[in-house]
Design a protein around this ligand. Structure first.
Ligand code: IMP
Ligand code: MG
Length: 184
């Protein structure tokens, strides 16, 4: 039988490596925001960030308000369209809030730049970015990543929430997708 592992070139980060890094990031976030007056408004960007987001947020020790957003700059392939749509917005009012956007990966930077500007326009007190993965070689617009899990090479990554055309999100590790899967 074919397994999902047949599509993986190699494992980039194991479950254990991811968990260790998530622990470090959540400790740093808890420390940096310990003096804010309202709970930190964490915003997970669905769907890709869901695994990272829930693992990260449950380890943050300061009070948090837990929210989600769906933003899409992607079609069902590996090429960004450069256009961002908000398909689901926050339940919380962002005005006057310290917002931490939690994303799976910063690639061209288009999605994150758009969301940061969006929340600044809406009157957020502060907007910071926590991204599990950073692919700096692909950047088209500049984005400051305040909390970064791992810097990665220009490969297509799947697993731990990240997909290729909705496949492979449930792999527990981060893996490099075989080029033969998407260059056909
Ligand atoms: P950006 O707007 O180009 O920075 O795109 C960010 C979004 O593209 C991420 O949230 C992912 O959904 C998707 N993406 C970019 N690179 C990868 C990858 O290597 N694997 C899976 N999704 C990716
Ligand atoms: Mg995403």
């Amino acid at each position: 039988m074919r397994t999902k592992e047949d599509f993986i070139e190699r494992v980039l980060y194991t479950e254990e490596q991811i968990a260790a890094r998530v622990k470090e990031l959540s400790a740093k976030i808890s420390e940096d925001y310990k003096d804010i007056s309202k709970p930190l408004l964490t915003v997970g960007i669905l769907n890709g960030a869901v695994m990272f987001y829930t693992d990260l947020v449950r380890r943050i020790t300061i009070p948090v308000h837990f929210d989600f957003m769906i933003a899409s700059s992607y079609d069902a392939n590996t090429h960004t369209s450069g256009k961002v749509n908000i398909l689901k917005n926050l339940d919380n009012d962002p005005r006057g809030r310290d917002i931490l956007l939690v994303e799976d990966i910063i690639d061209s930077g288009t999605t994150m730049k758009y969301l940061m500007d969006y929340f600044k326009d809406k009157g957020a007190a502060s907007v910071k970015v926590c991204a599990l993965l950073d692919k700096p070689s692909r950047r088209k617009v500049e984005v400051q990543i305040d909390y970064r899990g791992f810097e990665i090479p220009d490969e297509f990554i799947v697993g731990y929430g990240l997909d290729f055309a909705q496949h492979y999100r449930n792999l527990p590790y981060l893996g490099i997708l075989k080029r033969s899967v998407y260059s056909k």
